[in-house]
Design a protein around this ligand. Structure first.
Ligand code: NAD
Length: 314
């Protein structure tokens, strides 16, 4: 495969500016050009043989490229059959989000355990208030169940283990994962989440994981447990979650992802004291562009040499 022009779709601006990304390719042959939704504003997609994008863009597929790379790890919104039938290679960015999402998940657990969200809310009102004596707790010794032990899940497990938490993990294989004290098969999800103070979702959205956590799971969880979702909103039955929070079936949640994004202004999830909402930004990291650039360069070389690219989805 010969790649002469790589179009960088404007949806990648959520992760990095075009210019800083293009700078990383200054010494390489293929030119990087910006692709904008306004056809007059950027380069013509038809002049490119490959694209880097955040979201699936039908007009990029229509330009009949050889290869499309997405800066996302989860590709559930990409019509994979179409990529297949048009013979377009699709690669994703799995493997790059461990540190950023791992740090965020750990931060959210610390925030909830140490009541830091209360302090921030109080500060906004210039209020000097101490938590109730029995509200705050510490992470060492607490049990966490990490559901999905790929790049993100294993990074979460490693961090929890470093903080001396008791780490349970749910994965399909029996392979041991660093930092995980007890492993469960997805069929045993109920047993895995039953004793956990935190349940952290790190699975991709698939037919098997859609609404993995619903009313029955929340009933199974401890009433002082917190859900942390850094995976995809649809992995949780969001109405059942709202009910579980209202009924105090669980204690709270930290949610980076939602069934509908942006989270609608009238969603009840904004208003629970013990729910922390972040805007699908667990991955936000100023150095992310360097990791994506490394992966794209590596795959460019592989594809030009007729080899299999890393992170090939289609
Ligand atoms: P990954 O492919 O490295 O890991 C996913 C893991 O989940 C794999 O080990 C897979 O075997 C496992 N898995 C799949 N189905 C499962 C099931 N039913 N039960 C248990 N395990 C199952 O992907 P990743 O980089 O770790 O990302 C995981 C997901 O997290 C992505 O698909 C994406 O949806 C989400 N994500 C969110 C953000 C964010 O900004 N919030 C960032 C990166 C990734």
């Amino acid at each position: 495969m010969a790649v002469e022009r790589i179009g960088v779709h404007e949806s990648t601006a959520i992760d990095f500016p075009f210019e800083v990304f293009a700078d990383e390719f200054a010494d390489l042959d293929p030119a990087l050009v910006p692709i904008r939704d306004d056809p007059g504003a950027g380069a013509d997609p038809a002049s490119c043989d490959a694209f880097v994008t955040f979201t699936h863009q039908p007009q990029l597929l229509d330009a009949d490229p050889e290869w499309i790379h997405t800066t996302l790890a989860g590709v559930e919104a990409f019509p994979l059959d179409e990529y297949e039938s048009r013979d377009v290679v699709l690669t994703n960015s799995t493997g790059l989000h461990g540190d950023s999402v791992g740090d965020t998940a750990l931060g959210l657990m610390l925030l909830l355990a140490r009541r830091l969200h209360d302090f921030v809310a109080n500060q906004q009102q210039h209020r000097w208030a101490f938590p109730d004596w029995d509200e705050g707790f510490t992470l060492p010794g607490e049990r966490v169940c990490v559901v999905g032990l790929g790049t993100v899940g294993s990074a979460v497990a490693k961090r929890c283990s470093a903080l001396e938490m008791d780490v349970a993990g749910v994965q399909r294989s029996d392979d041991s994962v660093a930092g995980v004290d007890e492993q469960f098969h997805p069929d045993d999800l109920s047993a895995a989440i039953a004793d956990a103070r935190f349940v952290v979702l790190c699975v991709p959205l698939t037919d098997a994981t859609e609404r993995l956590l619903g009313a029955a799971a929340f009933e199974t969880m401890r009433d002082d447990a917190y859900l942390v979702n850094v995976a995809r909103g649809e992995v949780v039955d969001q109405d059942a979650l709202v009910d579980a929070l209202r009924d105090e079936t669980i204690a709270g949640a930290a949610l980076d992802v939602f069934e509908e994004e942006p989270l609608p202004e009238d969603s009840p999830l904004w208003d629970f004291d013990d729910v922390v909402v972040t805007p699908h930004a667990a991955v936000a990291n100023r150095d992310f562009y360097l990791d994506v650039a490394d992966l794209v360069r590596e795959n460019l070389q592989r594809l030009e040499a007729g080899e299999e690219p890393d992170n090939r989805v289609v």
